[in-house]
Design a protein around this ligand. Structure first.
Ligand SMILES: Cc1cc2nc3c(=O)[nH]c(=O)nc-3n(C[C@H](O)[C@H](O)[C@H](O)COP(=O)(O)OP(=O)(O)OC[C@H]3O[C@@H](n4cnc5c(N)ncnc54)[C@H](O)[C@@H]3O)c2cc1C
Length: 468
């Protein structure tokens, strides 16, 4: 017979979403067990933070840890046009108590270091860390989620009984794959591939110029859906990623490393100038089909956080922030639920679900407007809407939206968003999602291969497959 552990909340995944949730739950006096399958430190992509992501770190009291680890300070993002001659800049700025914009900085992080620190901080604040793989959710006769079954490092199975399961499993989408949530749909940017590594000896900016600060994120645009990132990881090393349609990568018939090196020379003249030495410091890694959306991602006994229910497009670095913000918001909602709020509702977390879904819709409208109308988008960045753009890039997407900038994007896209209050589970989103139109996620549908025949799978899956 399996042994059984008990806790208030069992958290699947000890990435930034899981550890942030554990810290905010601890603040509410709620116990948690974090189930993490990998030993940390481990590699992860997703290295650039938004301004409001930095604000969460500060709210958690971890700024001193970030400073001690000497993560580069990001002051903004610069986006270079296809010829490399024009650029637009969005600074990292916070809102003060008078709602005025003030200069602020956030961080670029090596995820191996950052994720480990976050997990350690969660454990320091009372969370229990269990090195194990969640293999299946446990349910009662009514179909409510009442815990999970995990496989321990020694191979034995163990049940964890909990009042709530928080799915923070990232792109592994544990609860969606287990059939607990609604369907998982392909997102707008599902036919893309990101191939990335690290380089050194690059040409960085100028310490005294926040618009061209050496630690800023640089984005190089080539054409629609074809771009590169440049994210400083320390004084010398820079994370480099090339993102293109999968079909273009297949057509090139190159190894991942050769593909990156050639794109560094050809994608954008400013990128070539910045990276004269294309020696890769790390093996090239890839992520395919990262864009998806899970419907009905909350229900009796569970909430999915961040990537575990929706990921759009990495271009403006919203992933870490969204997962950490949702972890913060969900912890408050869980506290209210534990003290009796909405206990008898069909879905106690319906309001939370609609709230976070609408916020990601603001990001989706911004990203879609960028891809569909890049010139109009750049004009809006420099127009009277600039402060609202600064807000969106920082991550202030939950309140005061849709802002005039967000409405301009909807207009550019000829998109209307009508949120039917009686039907919170089917908030209409984006051009691809529609129950009749949008394809259901199916990993076998779009296999991408390198020139030497290697089938590219997400390194999330290939590093440590989850086996039941
Ligand atoms: C190409 C690309 C570039 C990106 N760049 C950026 C960027 O610059 N900035 C940014 O903010 N975001 C970026 N992102 C997004 C970012 O990587 C994610 O949003 C972020 O890592 C989500 O954090 P998380 O904690 O929700 O999930 P993760 O960080 O993925 O953590 C999930 C954890 O769950 C564990 N796990 C999974 N399944 C199980 C299981 N069954 N049992 C136990 N443990 C399990 C995993 O081992 C993992 O440690 C990028 C994404 C992609 C694809």
């Amino acid at each position: 017979m399996n042994s059984t552990l008990k806790t208030d909340v069992v958290i699947i995944g000890g990435g930034p979403g899981g550890s942030t949730a554990a810290m905010y739950l601890a603040r509410e006096g709620i116990q948690s067990i974090i189930v993490e399958k990998d030993l940390f430190p481990r590699y992860h992509i997703g290295e650039s933070m938004t301004g409001e992501c930095g604000a969460i770190i500060r709210d958690l009291g971890l700024e001193s840890v970030m400073l001690a680890d000497k993560h580069p300070r990001k002051h903004g993002v610069n986006v270079y046009g296809a010829e490399g001659k024009t650029r637009w800049h969005v600074p990292v700025m916070a809102r003060d108590e008078n709602n005025e914009l003030q200069a602020q900085f956030t961080w670029q992080v090596r995820r191996s270091i950052f994720d480990k620190r976050m997990l350690e901080a969660a454990v320091d604040r009372g969370a229990t860390l269990l090195e194990a793989t969640a293999v299946k959710p446990n349910m009662n006769e009514a179909g409510d989620v009442i815990g999970v079954q995990v496989r321990l490092a020694d191979g034995n199975l163990e049940d964890i009984e909990a009042k709530m399961v928080l799915d923070c499993s990232g792109q592994n989408t544990f609860l969606a794959n287990s059939g607990i949530t609604g369907p998982k749909y392909l997102g707008n940017y599902d036919k893309q591939i990101a191939i990335f590594s690290q380089v050194a000896n690059t040409v960085r900016g100028d310490d005294d110029d926040p618009e061209n600060h050496p630690d800023n994120t640089l984005i190089f645009y080539q054409k629609k859906y074809h771009w590169a990132w440049f994210i400083p990881l320390d004084d010398n090393v820079v994370s480099i990623g090339i993102v293109v349609p999968s079909a273009y990568f297949v057509e090139k018939q190159e190894s991942k490393a050769d593909f990156i090196k050639r794109e560094l020379r050809e994608l954008n003249p400013e990128l070539s100038r910045r990276v004269p030495d294309t020696t890769l410091l790390e093996p090239a890694r890839s992520v395919v089909n990262y864009s998806f959306q899970v419907k009905k991602f909350t229900g009796k006994g569970y909430i999915c956080i961040g990537d575990a229910h929706r990921f759009l497009d990495p271009i403006f670095s919203f992933g870490l922030y969204v997962t950490m913000k949702e972890a913060q918001l969900a912890s408050k909602t869980i506290k209210e639920y534990f003290t009796g709020a909405n206990c008898d509702a069909d879905n106690p977390f319906a309001n939370y679900q609609a709230y976070v879904e609408k916020a990601i819709d603001v990001l989706e409208d911004s990203l879609d407007a960028f891809w569909e109308q890049p010139l109009a988008f750049a004009r809006i960045v420099h127009s009277k809407h600039r402060p609202f753009m600064v807000d969106v890039f920082a991550g202030r997407i939950y309140e005061g939206q849709p802002s005039p900038a967000a409405l301009s994007f909807q207009k550019l896209l000829r998109r209307e968003r009508a949120y039917a209050s009686e039907d919170l589970y089917s908030v209409p989103i984006g051009s691809r999602y529609h129950p009749e139109r949008a394809p259901i996620w199916n990993t076998s549908s779009s296999v991408v291969r390198t020139a030497d025949g290697e089938e590219l799978v997400n390194y999330f899956d290939s590093n440590s497959p989850v086996k039941a």
